[in-house]
Design a protein around this ligand. Structure first.
Ligand code: ACO
Length: 328
């Protein structure tokens, strides 16, 4: 059994099509200035009509496997974090397994909304440390453009599409030093999709009333987000005997620049040490953290030996943080 679990490769994939705030001005009552000031988002990537989560997930997964120099057949578990799967079942993880040829892997989806990647990373580490897996492929992927009510400006300007992945392996060095997760089901009503499940299956009425799309009380989510990001980060660093002062770089969930700035301030982490790509991609939910991580590493912001903090929050409500000694 390995002593620890670490990320040995990352990859990401974004759809080609760029939709700017100015493009949105043409189809709904909104303004570039409002979106930039309130959220930090300038543009986002939107998948073509015939593209589903597994299509993006496969590309990110393939890039992560190449980066890790691991063959698909050597993966023994795939965890896909998503709230926009190809279909209710089979899982998107099973679809990805077939497409990449990871025939020795068990596969399942995990749903913790925007915290999904951190929940999945925590699960991957647990599988490895308990000896049930040696190499786990974690994929965070969303095609939220298909879950948006494009007539609701309060949500349509925020969400977007993309995929990120990481290969997590048993290692002997430090790696993923600690993770901390939390949830509060009482806040479920602030961010949800009313129809399409067993509570309200699809009918002509649910479709006509646009109940198969994201409903959000933005200010309620806003209120809890920055506080929880700081709280859960504090718990995660304490768990591995560190303090927030020892964090070299933070990769937060990219939902709103004001939330990120507020959280960083609460943690006394200067913005120069925080990765931001929200201006380019908007909120990609479970894909947000792995895409940001892949970019931060490939651009050289994260170096070997750095103490890295991944932190996120999302529907559920859920939240989570991971402290990683970067050593790839
Ligand atoms: N364009 C122009 N005006 C808008 C738009 C828009 N796209 N959206 C809302 N407005 C208007 C509102 O109608 C309102 O007008 P009114 O005062 O005349 O009623 C005004 O702008 C202010 O609206 P608020 O909702 O109060 O704006 P706020 O400053 O709270 O910003 C926002 C809204 C950006 C959604 C913010 O609350 C937020 O980011 N919340 C967090 C959301 C989030 O992170 N969600 C993702 C969670 S992750 C997951 O699990 C998927």
């Amino acid at each position: 059994m390995s002593r620890s679990a670490g990320i040995i490769g990352t990859g990401s994939f974004l759809p080609e099509k760029i939709v700017t705030n100015y493009d949105l001005e043409k189809i709904m009552d909104t303004h570039n200035d409002w979106i930039v000031e309130r959220t930090g988002i300038q543009r986002r990537r939107i998948a073509e009509k015939d593209v589903a989560a597994s299509d993006l997930g496969v590309k990110a997964a393939t890039a992560a496997l190449e980066d890790a120099e691991v063959r698909a057949e050597d993966i023994d578990l795939i965890i896909t974090a998503t709230l926009s799967p190809d279909m209710n079942f089979p899982s998107t993880a099973c679809i990805i397994q077939e497409k990449i040829g990871a025939f020795n892997a068990a596969a399942f989806d995990l749903e913790a909304a925007c915290t999904g990647f951190i929940y999945a990373l925590t699960t991957a580490k647990a599988f490895i440390l308990s000896g049930q897996a040696q190499k786990v492929l974690v994929v965070g992927v969303e095609v939220l453009s298909k879950l948006i009510n494009w007539e609701d400006r309060k949500t349509a300007v925020l969400f977007a599409d993309g995929a990120g992945a990481a290969v997590v392996s048993g290692i002997e060095e430090a790696g993923i030093m600690s993770t901390a997760l939390g949830a509060d089901g009482k806040g479920g009503k602030f961010l949800y999709m009313p129809a399409g499940g067993s509570r309200m299956p699809a009918t002509r009425e649910t479709v006509d009333n646009k109940l198969h799309s994201i409903v959000m009380d933005g200010s309620e989510v806003f209120k809890f987000a920055a506080r929880k990001m700081a709280e859960v980060s504090e718990i995660a660093v304490r768990k591995c005997g560190m303090t927030l002062n020892e964090i070299d770089y933070m990769v937060p969930h990219q939902a709103n620049i004001r939330i990120i700035q507020n959280a960083a301030k609460r943690m006394s982490i200067p913005m120069e040490r925080v990765y931001l790509n929200i201006q380019e991609y908007g909120n990609m939910s479970a894909a947000s953290v792995p895409v940001a991580l892949d970019e931060a590493v490939k651009k050289g912001y994260v170096r070997n030996g750095d103490n890295l903090l991944l932190v996120g929050f999302g529907a559920g409500l859920t939240w989570g943080a991971a402290v990683i000694k970067w050593n790839k």
